[in-house]
Design a protein around this ligand. Structure first.
Ligand code: AMP
Length: 545
């Protein structure tokens, strides 16, 4: 017997319809590439998304055709989120920090039909357009009077002129909720990039889950600033959860430095922000010497790479801001776990609570996870045993776009996605990432977590950033070294830093050396690029080897 409830597909258009109807005057504020601040409402967003949908229809774009963006976080990009996917096309958000050859490669792989870009990326588009024969329309996200003359890009249109020529009446089409809605290429460091192809169903379910109190806890009372780019796994799904909750949205545009972010937060009463640790490092570095405090910020989600405990403590103790440590992947839409305490932890002393909050957290309903050994055997949840982390769920990748399925079946015939991360899970279900499996340091048959070594270094007052890598060793296979950058005006010696490790980790895990570098190489999404660091240190010799 089937249930007798209404069968309505979970479509992204339903999110914007809901936001318009129930939060029509909810504010969306954007710092524009032009430098000024733009304000409008969910009602305006919905109307302009419909204009865009009409413009795409007029272009005779087919169902599931790809429409690409090269854009910062801002209202026009948000309109693409709803107008492109809502009308049945696939939004392909491109990371502008990739190499131009890689951008051309993924645009051809995705067979993008339209590219809309912020003017900051004009030189990039000029460099790639001739290599992208599938694109039939190039659109600059600007007013007509700002459209560059003689750009060399054939038929370049202004977004405002383009969508302004189409009506805002539009009936969103209804279709199968499993239809593709958007795609994002992984920032993989080896081989060709691979794309996760999200569906309306996976995106909508993820939007529900992300808003839950023990997940990102978004509400109509929040003013939310996603620093995480809209080209990085859909800004962790915040645009969709925002429409679902009706929260105020604040977009930083291209101004991602600590000062600009801080000023925008204060001006717009931001209560909630989200970003990778490197971005928050910049913000904290701006605040510390100036003695500035947040007047409205209450919570921040930090993820994308391990959040150093020193950062959690700084936010909480110095600024009264709660840090929610999150873990996920492009292939997971991206949220997998978030770290919030359970009721039984509330009476624990603060330092015991901190030990829990440093972990990557508990699985969200919808995500199942387990750790396994090299033979695929499930390992115990004791908080000590580490193994390969596998996940499954309705917003987790099944097959790469035009690629393979990496899934691993278990004895019950259930399929698991191998994350490539190594982790422990404790008896309460809190997962802690030990490392990316390729970054873990194998020393004398034992594993050393590069994240643990980095976290300790980050606790030293002079250290701005730390990256731990394994170096070949004739006796131990590999030994860890830690490359560090110093905070401006601060000093520290190698001996002092090695001393700092004493008592904080087992003796054999203490790095063999500290290397001072000017900068740690960062990848396109602000994560440390250890592959690059290994290249930089290719002539390095371990002391005494
Ligand atoms: P991406 O798909 O580029 O976002 O990268 C996903 C990978 O980032 C994960 O598989 C992890 O290795 C890493 N990652 C994400 N969040 C965290 C976190 N909170 N702690 C440690 N590693 C993380």
């Amino acid at each position: 017997m089937l249930g007798l409830m209404q069968d309505q597909p979970l479509l992204i258009s339903s999110l914007i319809e809901f936001a318009e109807r129930h939060h029509g005057d909810g504010e969306i504020v954007s710092r524009r590439v032009e430098g000024d601040i733009h304000r409008y409402t969910y009602r305006d967003l919905a109307a302009r998304s419909r204009r865009l949908a009409n413009a795409l229809d007029a272009l005779q774009l087919q169902f599931s055709d790809r429409v690409a963006s090269l854009a910062w976080n801002g209202y026009r990009h948000l309109e693409m989120y709803f107008g492109v996917s809502g009308s049945g096309r696939v939004l392909h958000t491109i990371n502008p920090r990739l190499h131009p050859d890689q951008i051309a490669w993924i645009m051809n792989h995705a067979e993008d039909r339209v590219l809309c870009f912020d003017l900051s990326f004009l030189p990039l588009v000029q460099a790639v357009h001739a290599k992208c024969p599938t694109v039939k329309k190039w659109v600059a996200l600007c007013d007509a009077d700002r459209l560059p003359q003689d750009s060399g890009i054939p038929g370049l249109a202004s977004y405002e002129e383009w969508i302004g020529g189409h009506p805002s009446d539009y009936v969103w089409p209804q279709f199968d909720e499993n239809t593709a809605s958007s795609m994002c290429y992984t920032s993989g460091t080896t081989g060709d990039p691979k794309a996760a192809l999200y569906s309306h169903r996976s995106t909508t379910l993820h939007a529900y889950a992300a808003a839950l109190p023990d997940v990102m806890c978004l509400s109509a009372r929040d003013s939310v600033l996603p620093v995480v780019p809209m080209f990085h796994v859909n800004a962790w799904g915040i645009p969709y959860s925002a429409a679902l909750t009706g929260c105020k949205l604040v977009f930083p545009g291209p101004a991602m430095d600590g000062k600009s972010i801080y000023e925008l937060m204060e001006a717009e009463g931001v209560t909630y922000a989200a970003g990778v640790p490197t971005v928050w490092q910049m913000l904290l570095s701006h605040l510390k010497p100036t003695g500035l405090k947040f007047s409205t910020l209450k919570r921040t989600v930090i993820g994308g790479s391990a959040c150093p405990p020193a950062m959690i403590t700084a936010f909480q103790d110095d600024y009264g801001v709660e840090v929610l440590h999150a873990w996920g992947m492009t292939e997971m839409s991206p949220l997998g776990t978030l770290c919030t305490l359970k009721n039984k932890h509330l009476s624990l002393p603060k330092d015991e609570q901190m030990k829990i909050l440093q972990k990557q957290g508990r699985a969200i309903y919808g995500v199942d996870m387990k750790i396994v050994d090299g033979n695929g055997k499930e390992l115990p949840w004791d908080g000590k045993t580490y193994g390969d982390l596998l996940v499954r769920g309705p917003w987790i990748l099944d097959t790469y776009y035009q690629g393979d399925s990496p899934l691993m079946p278990d004895a019950q015939g259930r399929n698991w996605f191998p994350t490539g991360d190594v982790a422990t899970i404790d008896a309460d279900g809190f997962m802690q990432i030990t490392d990316r499996s390729k970054d873990v340091i194998k020393s004398g048959g034992e594993w050393i977590s590069s994240i643990d070594i980095e976290n300790i270094a980050m606790g030293h007052p002079a250290i701005a950033m730390a990256a731990c890598i394994g170096m070949p060793h004739p006796k131990w296979d590999e030994r860890p070294i830690v490359a560090v950058t110093l905070k401006p005006g601060m000093q520290a010696t190698r001996e002092e830093l090695l001393q700092f490790y004493e008592g904080k980790t087992a003796k054999w895990q203490i790095p063999d050396d500290v290397v001072f570098v000017d900068a740690i190489p960062l990848g396109a999404t602000g994560k440390m690029l250890k592959v690059k660091l290994r290249e930089v240190l290719k002539d390095y010799q371990l002391p005494g080897v």
